[in-house]
Design a protein around this ligand. Sequence first.
Ligand SMILES: NC(=O)c1ccc[n+]([C@@H]2O[C@H](COP(=O)([O-])OP(=O)(O)OC[C@H]3O[C@@H](n4cnc5c(N)ncnc54)[C@H](O)[C@@H]3O)[C@@H](O)[C@H]2O)c1
Length: 318
Amino acid sequence: MRRVAVVEAENGQVVVAIEAFGGLDVEFTRSRCASEEDVVRAVRDADVVVAGPVEISRLAMAGMRPGSTVIMYGAGYDKVDLVAARSLGVRVATIPDYGVETVADHAAALLLGLLRKIHPYDRLVRERGWVGADLVGQIASFGETTVGLVGTGRIGTALARRLVPFGFTVLAVDPYAVEDDLAHAGLERVAFADLLARSDAVSLHAPLTSETRHLLDRDAFRLMRPGTVIVNTSRGALIDEVALVEALRDGRVGGAGLDVFAEEPLSVSSPLREFEQVILTPHAGYYSTGSVAKLQKIAGEQVRRALTGEHLRNAIAE
Ligand SMILES: NC(=O)c1ccc[n+]([C@@H]2O[C@H](COP(=O)([O-])OP(=O)(O)OC[C@H]3O[C@@H](n4cnc5c(N)ncnc54)[C@H](O)[C@@H]3O)[C@@H](O)[C@H]2O)c1
């Protein structure tokens, strides 16, 4: 009998639509994992592993059956050792396309709320009853505001489609994007340093790779205009959080909308929790009724493909 193992973090919410492989003879297990040891134990002798946000290491994959498959439950692949997967012959696939529009909605909501200073207004009205509109400082209209997008793949482009009609000037950095696609989306391609220097707000949509880890570091924050707004719905480690805290303290960063963090769940003692100008959401960018249903359905279909030897969608290691 083939074995399908779901492994997820302790707060994981992985659901696989089993109807998609209902007719197949499989043993289905689900494990919440707090350590590599837990993962190694849970995936031993598995043919297919569906992984929530947990690390899938070489050691874990070495214990899986020959010709096995890892399906990452979501768009990211930063938690799986791809070099090890390739050398061990483990296939790896992601599910990148279930919630593109929802993540773009979330990034847009954070960005618009921060630029209009909705959060501070709300707090002031609750605390003081009523205040003058200028108490929150200056606010530029959307037509006077420049947004810099780092990464113009599925989500970056979907966000651009929302921002351009509002009148924003939208700059873009993406070393792998095709020039015509950027122009078609109404984006101006610039160098990274120019994007930082010219943008009133920067939104991150690049994957986490060795190239993008700590993309926003102390040097990057120094290049920004005072009061720049940061939105991150991509991966927490794109930002050096120590440098972000410094930039929030000295006003280089005027506000941040953070859905993702270097460590998740965000530590209760994280200094990011102290700032009133920071909006924190719990890696919820993907979350809507439609996107979750689609994720569960595609996860089931991916398991069926892996078990029957069909071509996997979005294979990143084969
Ligand atoms: N918050 C959430 O719930 C949530 C949900 C889904 C995805 N995500 C994150 O969003 C990220 C983007 O998703 P996507 O579907 O748009 O991915 P995608 O692969 O379609 O797009 C990523 C883009 O980043 C570009 N890129 C790569 N390296 C870069 C660099 N050094 N500088 C600038 N751009 C670079 C790529 O060329 C590509 O165009 C994912 O990697 C994932 O981490 C988060």
